[in-house]
Design a protein around this ligand. Structure first.
Ligand SMILES: Nc1ncnc2c1ncn2[C@@H]1O[C@H](COP(=O)(O)OP(=O)(O)OP(=O)(O)O)[C@@H](O)[C@H]1O
Length: 477
């Protein structure tokens, strides 16, 4: 497949939103790979990667840095409002100002002008970089007062669905504007009250539906609503859904159904899209996206946020609990998530307690600090899971003990520390767990990720370091 590769240092290449002319860049019907880094790293990437097609690297690098310095002043001044003006209704822009979303993050600055042209996009940017607001602003630019479902956001977990629904409602809320009244947001999530949701969908369809795959497919199969009226389909944490054996079949079916709709726009988002060129290729082959889909890859050579400092402590399995207590005392986190591995089937059959229970018991009996101790794991019922997150969001410091269920998408910006009590299975899992900290886009604050490992696991951690391009400092307690 022939593909076009554009290497652009910053969206500052488009000096003013009003003068932005998409055809300048997107004149072909081919996928566009849109990478962004600072000019210092631009040279490194260009020189080290054989994938890039420029023949004169120096010329490209010079051009990049020239554009960057010329446009630096204008980039600084560019606000989210500037980018969205004329596309997103005024009442949403006002809410954005009130909430404090003023300066665009890199993904917002780079993706929104492309999204507003109607192109399908793959939003590939670090954890905590503001992908949710990016696709929500696109949605708000498209929906009108028609009584039909016009946007669907697919998420992998109920918890992430509740969070996205909250942000969407927060942006659409409190408006006296008539336009805003048409915008209702429905959470169609596993564990929800299907009968009530069915009546709501039939009687007064919401403009936006945030759904887990199973619940959405159930409603579609029962013809409670159809995809015909949907203008935009967002699949958040897309790589997770594609790797989930339980969900991948339904996701593919959904994308195939949506591909036959007219005037559709499809958006995928994640901080990790392994083998993204294959993914783009598949999307086009399967017609899940249009041929001219744009892969927007922000910080391509730096998969994890720089504000995260990574450490490890080597300890024996038997003294891990004591090491965790010592770390909590020495680091004194404001709020932390302690990630624990899921219990194996063998351990379940043997009647052992899961590690989560053991860690919670340890904290309840031996932790002297003032942080609230909470648990989140798959085996809890939906109400208890919701209660844990609600309690956290009410404020105050917390120590959340969790399995990987909290690793994807969950936004708890007060988290300053991550402890991998058990190492994750893959580098991608590491990236998402670590990314639950460092979620304040314009903050200078450093957050800490500490791994408790046995000496045999040092090799695994080193593999993650190589794959994700970070380095981990050893801590001696
Ligand atoms: N322009 C902005 N200005 C200030 N804060 C922002 C802005 N955009 C997003 N945020 C905040 O940044 C945090 C992270 O955003 P979000 O949850 O969308 O990240 P994400 O890119 O989806 O991360 P992940 O890949 O982990 O899901 C949120 O608390 C959000 O409110």
């Amino acid at each position: 497949m022939a593909s076009q590769l554009l290497f652009v240092p910053h969206f500052a290449l488009f000096p003013k939103v009003s003068s932005f002319n998409p055809s300048f860049f997107f004149s072909t019907q081919k996928p566009t790979f849109f990478h962004s880094t600072s000019s210092a790293t631009t040279r490194r990437v260009l020189q080290s990667s054989s994938n890039y097609r420029f023949t004169n690297l120096q010329a490209v690098a010079d051009a990049c840095s020239e554009v960057e310095s010329n446009d630096a002043t204008e980039t600084t001044a560019l606000t989210l409002r500037n980018i969205c003006q004329g596309f997103v209704p005024e009442h949403i822009l006002q809410r954005m100002d009130e909430i404090g979303f003023v300066t665009p993050t890199d993904i917002q600055r780079e993706a929104l002008p492309i999204l507003f042209t109607g192109r399908d996009c793959i939003l590939h940017a670090q954890t905590g970089s503001g992908k949710t607001l990016t696709y929500l602003l696109l949605i708000f630019s498209l929906i009108n007062q028609r009584s039909s479902v016009q946007a669907v956001i697919v998420v992998p977990t109920r918890e992430l669905g509740m969070q996205v629904t909250k942000v969407a409602r927060m942006l659409a809320a409190k408006s006296t504007d008539i336009e805003a009244k048409g915008c209702t947001v429905m959470a169609l999530l596993d564990g929800g009250m299907l009968r009530r949701q069915r009546s709501w969908l039939k009687a007064e369809p919401p403009a936006i539906v945030v759904a887990t795959v199973a619940s959405l497919c159930h409603m579609l199969e029962k013809h409670i609503f159809r995809l015909d009226s949907v203008k935009v389909l967002v699949v958040d944490e897309v790589d997770f859904l594609f790797y989930s054996s339980k969900q991948v079949g339904s996701v593919r079916k959904l994308l195939t159904s949506f591909s036959s709709c007219d005037k559709r726009q499809t958006v995928f988002a994640s901080a990790s899209i392994p083998q993204h060129k294959h993914f783009v290729h598949d999307c086009i082959q399967q017609k899940w996206t249009k041929r001219d889909v744009v892969h927007i890859h922000v910080s391509a050579i730096m998969p994890m946020p720089l504000c995260l400092l990574h450490k490890f402590v080597v300890c024996g399995k038997s003294n891990k609990h004591q090491v965790l207590l010592a770390l909590l005392e020495s680091d004194a986190p404001e709020s932390a998530i302690i990630f624990v591995g899921e219990q194996s089937e063998k351990s379940k059959k043997a009647g052992n307690d899961p590690s989560t229970t053991l860690v919670i018991e340890l904290l309840k009996t031996s932790y002297d600090g003032s942080l609230e101790i909470l648990l989140l794991e798959e085996d809890m019922n939906f109400n208890s899971r919701a209660a844990s997150l609600t309690e956290i969001r009410q404020g105050g410091g917390f120590l959340l003990v969790s399995t990987d269920i909290a690793a994807r998408g969950i936004d708890l910006p007060e988290t300053t520390h991550i402890f991998n009590f058990d190492l994750p299975q893959t580098a991608t899992d590491y990236l998402h767990r670590a990314g639950r900290a460092g979620r304040k886009p314009f903050s200078d604050r450093k957050c800490i990720v500490t791994n408790l490992i046995t000496s045999e696991e040092r090799f695994v951690l080193q593999r993650f370091e190589n794959e994700l391009m970070f380095s981990c400092e050893e801590l001696m307690l």
